[in-house]
Design a protein around this ligand. Structure first.
Ligand SMILES: Cc1cc2nc3c(=O)[nH]c(=O)nc-3n(C[C@H](O)[C@H](O)[C@H](O)COP(=O)(O)OP(=O)(O)OC[C@H]3O[C@@H](n4cnc5c(N)ncnc54)[C@H](O)[C@@H]3O)c2cc1C
Length: 410
């Protein structure tokens, strides 16, 4: 199917400054330049060695991509200012809306695509990319072309690549797509491409495990939730800006797990979470003692922990007393809900080394003629999830790769 990768999984929001949505809603201080500055500051504060040119290039065009998605029918209706997230009106996951809109556009423009077709090799001639070999249930064939854009996603489902680049996280469940085995990265390497920032990964501590191997991401509840371990204690600032930091903190808790507790407000605001509650992923109770009884926790400690946090909310504190966590949505609206969560492999953000034109580079830094890469298959040294978020990088460099490849072909 179209959308058999992580783009269908995009669950929270799409980041950008300067979109028409921002302008039309009179949201101040969120221009394109503000977004560029925000990303540069994040990188500086965290000491992350981003490629500034690559980051600035996508950040300058993010607003235009949001406008385009809206025009194609993606129902953005809210904006989360601290993260520059464009969120859907009803809080449903943006991914399926985006895939539906893009599929309709592909059909409208009559752009041919082939399903059940696995690319197994990028063909090259004298260092230029000249097509691909495709494997189908009916057999193999070649497609000759003047340019190739690799958009095969990351490698979160490749045990070999994870063993090499993320060994600490082997054996965790995954919230990502099973199709993401790093094929495009390996195929590009086979014709000389370099890779960049392969160690950039996201481990999602807000994974509700469904089996030992996979689960669903509850990331959208980040601004609403507090995390309580089996001992009934909180252990981290739930609003800490680093997702991997919070994942590491959770790995130190009993069974590497915790309960993500939210109130009715999160359910009212997020359709995705209402769907997950209907699916049985949350336990619900009218009171905190009632919730404690339904969870595998030290009940006394759990009640004390939650009472202390709710007291801070009732007092209208901006940050809670125990961890200094920013209280964006005070927990004041029973009933309460809790979902078991554990760190999972979510996505990878390193890949084929590319420049601001989405051109693939070889190990000497030279452009490989005809080869372009975008999305999670590419490595822009943009450090998504520590500096900005991934989907807009993929969407923007996808557009840039298309533009540049089209110009190259002419
Ligand atoms: C649970 C979850 C939630 C997320 N939420 C957000 C969010 O809220 N905001 C955000 O910014 N980012 C989010 N992300 C990250 C985001 O989803 C990805 O960075 C982005 O979707 C990557 O898009 P892509 O087009 O590069 O790859 P994908 O969408 O994964 O597409 C890759 C495609 O390539 C195909 N493919 C792979 N190998 C081959 C081959 N050999 N031949 C042919 N086809 C092949 C796959 O089947 C797939 O269809 C989330 C990720 C996950 C897992």
């Amino acid at each position: 199917m179209l959308g058999a990768g992580d783009s269908m999984n995009i669950s929270t929001g799409i980041t950008a400054g300067g979109s028409k949505f921002i302008q039309e809603h009179g949201i101040k201080g969120k221009s394109t330049q503000d977004y560029v500055d925000h990303l540069m500051k994040q990188a500086k504060d965290k000491g992350i060695p981003i490629n500034k040119a690559n980051v600035e290039t996508y950040a300058r065009r993010g607003g235009e991509i949001i406008d385009w998605l809206e025009q194609l029918g993606v129902p953005f209706g809210r904006f989360q200012e601290d993260k520059y997230f464009h969120i859907t009106k009803d809080g449903s996951a943006p991914g399926p809306h985006i895939m539906k809109a893009l599929k309709a556009e592909v059909e409208k423009q009559g752009i041919p695509y082939r399903l059940n077709s696995k690319v197994t090799e990028i063909l090259s001639d004298h260092g230029k990319a000249i097509g691909v070999e495709v494997s189908t249930p009916e057999g193999k064939y070649k497609v000759l072309s003047k340019a190739v854009i690799v958009a095969t996603g990351g490698f979160s489902a490749s045990p070999e690549l994870l063993k090499r680049y993320a060994p600490d996280w082997i054996g965790r469940p995954t919230t990502g797509a099973s199709s993401l085995t790093g094929d495009g990265i390996r195929m590009a390497q086979a014709i000389g491409a370099d890779t960049a920032s392969m160690e950039q990964i996201k481990v999602n501590y807000l994974c509700h495990p469904l089996t030992k191997k996979d689960g669903v991401s509850l990331t959208a509840i980040t601004p609403y939730t507090v995390l309580v371990n089996h001992d009934g204690k909180r252990f981290v600032d739930e609003n800490h800006p680093s997702i991997n930091y919070k994942s590491k903190a959770m790995m130190k808790q009993p069974k590497h797990e915790a309960y993500a507790v939210v109130d009715q407000k999160a359910m009212d605001n997020l359709k995705l979470m209402r769907n997950y509650a209907d699916a049985g992923y949350f336990v619900k109770a009218d009171t905190i003692p009632g919730l404690a009884k339904k969870l595998d926790v030290n009940q006394k400690a759990f009640i004390e922990t939650m009472d202390a946090y709710i007291k801070d909310c009732k007092e209208g504190l901006k940050n809670d007393k125990a961890f200094g966590r920013k209280i964006q949505y005070p927990m004041l609206n029973p009933p309460y809900y809790a979902a078991l969560v554990t760190p999972s492999m979510q996505s990878t953000y390193g890949g084929i080394k590319t420049n601001t034109k989405a051109e693939a580079l070889d190990t000497k830094g030279h452009v490989i003629p005809g080869l372009y890469a975008a999305g999670a298959a590419s490595g822009h040294e943009a450090y998504a999830n520590e500096v900005g978020f991934a989907a807009i990088i993929g969407l923007t460099y996808g557009r840039i790769a298309g533009e540049k490849a089209a110009a190259y072909v002419k």
